[in-house]
Ligand binder design. Structure first.
Ligand SMILES: *Cc1c(COP(=O)(O)O)cnc(C)c1O
Length: 351
């Protein structure tokens, strides 16, 4: 830290991204990236992109991409906010809908970024414990005195609640905004809360193109909500980074939005590999939580979480482990290709 750093910045505990190793070739199952390439339309965009266009700023309204996303979700463009990855949409949510000192509620075990934004914005983070079996109890979220953030399906557990259960949370918090982070929803058939937007103006659904659309390297995400809520997010964006999506992201986002069949194909493949891998891990004695995502959260019957992570890494297989109460004996394993899963199972067998 320099001697110029503010006290508040010095007290932050920043998010720690999963390793992106450069030292050797790993079977990389640690950051929930897709094992398959983005849709063919993305390659065509890259091949036909015109470098000279890059001297011009991109459209700050991102209207073409927002319209493409709206078509994809059956919404209108004024219900869509486009962000540089869903992390940026989450950040704008925290900046837009809280004053310093306000409370924000989220589960004790969930995506680590919520606590980071809470701290960055000077809020009071209130964690609500998941049940013993790591499921989320909707009734624990009724009548709260702060906005609510839930990842559904949750990370790193992979478990989901139904849209009907989310609806109960919305009904019981009419004066609160409920953010549902659907980063993994394309792997959980028909579980999206997007249809609830027709009935509830206190819902903000956040999705990303990083996982199911295989575009983590590009930074494209969106927020879906009532036009007024979307307008509030735009207010923050125009106070922070008006050109938040660059020209290439916009073109690639449009191409990816249109590729519905391809999305079905690769998410279907990944879901099938996931279910097979879960069964194989259970045969080896592992406890595996029921996953609606592109990862498995699994506990070995004999090896602790950190030890398993470390020994798999020695064998060239990279998974993620969290040094956190209640989950330190688990590892989170991204679902890769069937061949990558064979390598994983083989490495575990050798241990
Ligand atoms: C990966 C992930 C994100 C962030 O995704 P980006 O769009 O790449 O920023 C947000 N929320 C959850 C729960 C995630 O797992």
């Amino acid at each position: 830290m320099s001697r110029f750093l503010s006290g508040a910045a010095g007290r932050l505990a920043p998010y720690i991204p999963g390793e992106q190793p450069r030292d050797q070739q790993y079977v990389k199952l640690n950051t929930n990236e897709s094992p398959y390439p983005p849709c063919p339309g993305v390659r065509r965009v890259l091949e036909s992109a015109n470098a000279a266009d890059l001297r011009l700023y991109p459209d700050p309204d991102v209207i073409a991409l927002r319209q493409a996303m709206a078509d994809c979700y059956g919404l209108s463009a004024d219900q869509v906010f486009a962000g540089g990855g869903s992390d940026e949409v989450l950040g704008f949510f925290f900046m837009a809908f809280f004053d310093r000192g306000d409370k924000v509620y989220y589960p004790d075990i969930t995506y680590g970024f919520y606590a980071v934004y809470t701290q960055l914005c000077g809020l009071e983070g209130k964690t609500i414990p998941l049940r013993e079996d790591y499921s989320l109890a909707p009734e624990d979220y009724f009548g709260l005195d702060g906005n609510i953030v839930i990842a559904n399906p949750n990370a790193p557990t992979g478990m989901a609640i139904s849209p009907a259960q989310v609806e109960l949370i919305l009904q019981n918090n009419p004066q609160r905004l409920v953010l549902v982070d659907e980063a993994y929803i394309d792997f959980a058939k028909d579980q999206t809360c997007v249809p609830l937007l027709a009935k509830y103006d206190n819902l903000l659904v956040v999705q990303t193109y990083s996982k199911s659309r295989a575009l983590a390297g590009m930074r494209i995400g969106c927020g879906l909500g009532a036009p007024e809520v979307i307008g509030d997010l735009r207010r923050i964006k125009y106070s922070f980074n008006p050109y938040n999506l660059d020209r290439l992201s916009i073109l690639i986002g449009i191409a990816a939005s249109a590729a519905r069949d391809y999305l079905q194909e690769i998410t279907g493949k990944i879901a099938a590999t996931r279910d097979e891998t879960k069964a194989r891990l259970e045969q080896l004695g592992f406890t595996v939580l029921p996953s609606k995502t592109n990862f498995l959260f699994a506990r070995s019957p004999v090896i602790g979480g950190y030890e398993l992570y470390r020994r798999l890494k020695e064998k060239g297989v990279l998974v993620r482990q969290f040094e956190k109460d209640r989950i330190r004996d688990f590892v989170r394993i991204t679902v890769g290709t069937p061949e990558q899963m064979d390598r994983l199972i083989e490495a575990i067998g050798e241990l």
